[in-house]
Every structure is written in structure tokens, then in C-alpha cells.
Design a binder for this molecule. Structure first.
Ligand code: URP
Ligand code: ZN
Ligand code: ZN
Ligand code: ZN
Length: 471
């Protein structure tokens, strides 16, 4: 047969168009698009169903070592299995440098965690937590040249945060070597000051996490990150933007012609601070993440930003911590003050369906915008396009065929190793009915069909989507 696989009568959605065609796949790549293509060794009749590029989840945390007893519930096996069943075919988790560790050693360690385990293709962002001269002048430039072209900078968390001078040093390396800098923008000193005051007043229940990280803490740091990037004249991407005040800073920066990209995540569309608790119950620990979810009005601002181009990418920020297990939200089995509850939510499997159902099918964003935010833009921003994030001749045959039917999110049906989902019980109007990774069916709507270790490491190229400096 001329093709290994033909997907027939697909309603193909790209970031720019929706059109009917057959997709001919050979050697794991899209070989032809057209009508009445010749036969494939295998045929799938999409019968007019929507087919999108497989998702590119450009912000997720898998198997990051934590201070004991904490442990991430998902490694590269369970994490990428869940991703595939949720329509994601590429993940970009983090290789995090520990203070005192060489960046090179961190990268080596994460490769060991991923190799032989991942079910779908993966690249790595770096996390620079210790920008020594050795890291800045030797390791980082060498790693950028080897395909690690993006890194995350933290303005908060004691074990990760950089001061403004260190951020400037790291941004200068990004500028010189054409890398993409991602910034976690929250003011660490404000958070610490507020946390101590709350603790002194005995206010340590999960819901006070949100009180310790009010919007102004994010707004100030967002503005500062923008200013630092302007000083160095380098683009940045602000990750996990939670609401109006941070959005306003980014709109202002864009208006000034500054190259500031932004990311948001499902938790800022579907959760509010009330999910951290309306009383002092510990249940709310499940929804602790940073920045915290805000309120309904802020959710609307995030929807507007997705629709009008303020946001470039929509990622999960999957940070997998179980609730009842002793290694997660109840460290050592204890209910602890919010300061000690690990931050982050599970979302790698639900990201695509949540946005498809509540965004596309509820008429809040177009299908093209959905593809742009979940696949095409993340692939472009991080240098994986057009191999990933596109339905085009020569692109990897990473595809999702959508099932538009009612379903309810139930953790027992998800494939991650986390013991809960923040979206339990939510009614959705669609779920991926089939996921193809390089032409192989890894999810058929019922069962996971991947093979452990089939996922390949992707070297990232030069980040695109960055308008040149006017200077
Ligand atoms: O709360 C969060 N987002 N945890 C994950 C780590 C990060 O800052 O992205
Ligand atoms: Zn972050
Ligand atoms: Zn994160
Ligand atoms: Zn379902």
C-alpha cells in the first residue's frame, strides 16, 4: 500500500484553516493531504470528525526530585501515558538544576529519568537556579547549542529563586544565544512577609495560601520581569498568568513594543480561590498552586486574553502531587501549614479536552485559536515547529481525532498516578477519541496503547514567533 495509514474524511483544523481532507501517513510522518488518497495498510475513517495536531504541553513537571518525603506522583511513564490519553503528543517538562549542581549534571539526570520510559516525544526546558560563572559562560551556551533552547527563571521559591541581578545575567545569556526565557513572576519577599503574618495569627489552613499570594504580588513581579527584559532587550515569556492585573502589565508592555509573551493554564479558567477552601478544612490542599486561582471576574479576563492574542500558549503546568498519599499534599501523612504543602495541580490529561469543550464548543474561542494555543504556538515558541504542532506535509503524524460527546471527568478514568483531579465531576462535551503519535495509535478512546520507551527526545531549535528588536 502507498501509505502505512490513511485517515479519511477528516475535518482538519490548523492554526489558520479548517478543511476536509484525507491524511496519508508514511514512516510516521504526514506524506500527503488530499481527496481520495490511495490505500493505506491501515485505514481510519474520521467521517467528518475534527482532527487537530496533537497537543504540545510546553509546561509540565515530571519526576522532579523533591525534598523527602515529598515526591511527584508522575514519572515519564505515567505522565506521558496520561498526556497521550488526553490528546497531547509532545511534552516539554523541566530539567531543574539544584543549587550547587552543575546544569549539565541536571540534564544528564533527567535524560536518565525519561529514557526508556516516555510514551510520546519530549524535549526539556532548563531551570536555572544557580547561575554561577561556569553555568553562565560555559554550560548554558553549550546546552542551548545542543537543543535546550529555553529555560525557566523563578522569582520565588527559596530553592529556585534568583535575585534581579542574577535574572539580568541569565537574560543576557538568552539574548546572546537566542534562547527563550520563561519567568515565574511572583514577589518572594512579599509572600514571605505575608506568610509570617498569617502564621503568627494562626492562619495556616490551605485557603490562606491564596491570602499570602494576592494578585499584587504577581502584578509587581510581572512588571519587574518586563522591565528586566527591556533592560537587556530580550524577549521573555511570563508563565502561568492568573488574572487581570498581570494581564494589564503584559498589555502595557505589548503596547510599548516590548517582546513579552504569555502563558496561562486551565486552573485560571476553571478554579477560584474558593477551591482552596471556604473554611479551614484541609480538602483545599488539593488545589494549592502558585499563582493561586483567583475569582470568576479574573477567569473572564483570562478567556478574553486567550481569544484576543494576549496569550501565546496554553499549558497544563501539571505538577503531580497526590492528596492522600504521604508523599504529596499531606507530607508524611500530616496536615501541615499551607507553607509546607507542595504547589501544583494535575492537569496533563485534561488540558486539551477542557479547552476544546469549554472554549471551542461553548463558542468562546475558535477551533483555529484552540490549535494555535495548544499545539502550533508552543511548538513555534520552543523551536519544535513544523515537526510538531502542524498538520502539514513532512510534519510528524501527531494527531487527535475528537469525539464530540458528553463525558464526565472522573479521576478513576484518568491515567496519571495522582489520586485526584481538580476537575472531578465536570461535564465535558468532548474528549480525544484517538491519539496518533508519529502515526501510531497510542490512545483509541478506550485504552492506552503506547509502548514504554517509544517516545523520543527532541532537540529544540531556535525559538520563533519573536518579532525582532526594533533597535
Ligand atoms: O504551583 C505550581 N505552579 N507549581 C509548579 C511549579 C511552578 O511554579 O510552575
Ligand atoms: Zn512556576
Ligand atoms: Zn510549573
Ligand atoms: Zn471522559
Amino acid at each position: 500500500a502507498p501509505f502505512d495509514l490513511v485517515v479519511r474524511r477528516a475535518r482538519i483544523a490548523t492554526a489558520s484553516d479548517v478543511f476536509m481532507a484525507d491524511i496519508g501517513i508514511r514512516g510516521g510522518r504526514i506524506a500527503q493531504l488530499g481527496h481520495e488518497l490511495p490505500s493505506g495498510a491501515r485505514e481510519i475513517d474520521a467521517a467528518g470528525r475534527v482532527v487537530t495536531p496533537g497537543g504540545v504541553d510546553a509546561h509540565c513537571h515530571l519526576d522532579q526530585p523533591m525534598a523527602p518525603p515529598l515526591r511527584m506522583a508522575d514519572d515519564f511513564d505515567t505522565g506521558t501515558r496520561a498526556a497521550a490519553c488526553g490528546g497531547t503528543t509532545t511534552v516539554i517538562p523541566f530539567a531543574a538544576q539544584e543549587k550547587g549542581q552543575s546544569l549539565r549534571e541536571a540534564v544528564f539526570d533527567y535524560h536518565r529519568r525519561a529514557e526508556g520510559r516516555a510514551h510520546i516525544d519530549y524535549a526539556f526546558h532548563l531551570i536555572v537556579s544557580d547561575p554561577t560563572p561556569q553555568v553562565l559562560n560555559e554550560e548554558l551556551p553549550a546546552l542551548i547549542a545542543e537543543g535546550y533552547t529555553s529555560f525557566k527563571i523563578y522569582m520565588t521559591y527559596d530553592d529556585m529563586k534568583l535575585d534581579d541581578g542574577q535574572i539580568l545575567d541569565v537574560l543576557e545569556i538568552a539574548r546572546r544565544h537566542g534562547a527563550m526565557a520563561m519567568v515565574h513572576a511572583e514577589n518572594a519577599d512579599c509572600i514571605e512577609w505575608l506568610t509570617k503574618r498569617l502564621e503568627a495569627a494562626g492562619r495556616t489552613a490551605p485557603r490562606f495560601h491564596a491570602h499570602a499570594r494576592p494578585m499584587l504580588v504577581e502584578r509587581e513581579a510581572t512588571h519587574r520581569a518586563i522591565s528586566l527584559s527591556q533592560l537587556v532587550d530580550v524577549p521573555i515569556l511570563i508563565v502561568h498568568v492568573s488574572g487581570r492585573e498581570a494581564v494589564e502589565q503584559i498589555r502595557w508592555a505589548r503596547g510599548q513594543g516590548l517582546r513579552v509573551l504569555a502563558e496561562t493554564c486551565p486552573q485560571y479558567l476553571f478554579l477560584t480561590a474558593e477551591d482552596l477552601g471556604v473554611d479551614d478544612s484541609y480538602q483545599g490542599a488539593r488545589c494549592i498552586c502558585s499563582p493561586p486561582p483567583r475569582d470568576k471576574a479574573n477567569q473572564e479576563v483570562i478567556w478574553d486574553g486567550l481569544n484576543d492574542g494576549l496569550f501565546t500558549v496554553f499549558s497544563s503546568d501539571h505538577a503531580p502531587f497526590s492528596y492522600d498519599g504521604t508523599e504529596g499534599k499531606k507530607p508524611g501523612g500530616e496536615e501541615v501549614p499551607f507553607r509546607h504543602i507542595p504547589n501544583g495541580l494535575a492537569g496533563i490529561e485534561t488540558r486539551m479536552a477542557l479547552l476544546y469543550s469549554e472554549g471551542v464548543l461553548e463558542g468562546r474561542i475558535t477551533l483555529e485559536k484552540f490549535v494555535e494555543l495548544t499545539a502550533t504556538n508552543p511548538a513555534k515558541v520552543y523551536g519544535l515547529h513544523p515537526r510538531k504542532g502542524a498538520i502539514a506535509i513532512g510534519s510528524d503524524a501527531d494527531l487527535v481525532i475528537w469525539d464530540e460527546r458528553e463525558c464526565t471527568v472522573r479521576n478513576e478514568r484518568l491515567h496519571h498516578a495522582v489520586d485526584h483531579t481538580p476537575y472531578e465531576g465536570m461535564r465535558l462535551k468532548a474528549w480525544p477519541g484517538l491519539t496518533l503519535s508519529r502515526g501510531e495509535v497510542v490512545w483509541d478512546g478506550q485504552a492506552f496503547l503506547g509502548r514504554t520507551g517509544r517516545g523520543r527526545f527532541l532537540e529544540c531549535g531556535t525559538p520563533s514567533l519573536l518579532p525582532r528588536s526594533r533597535a
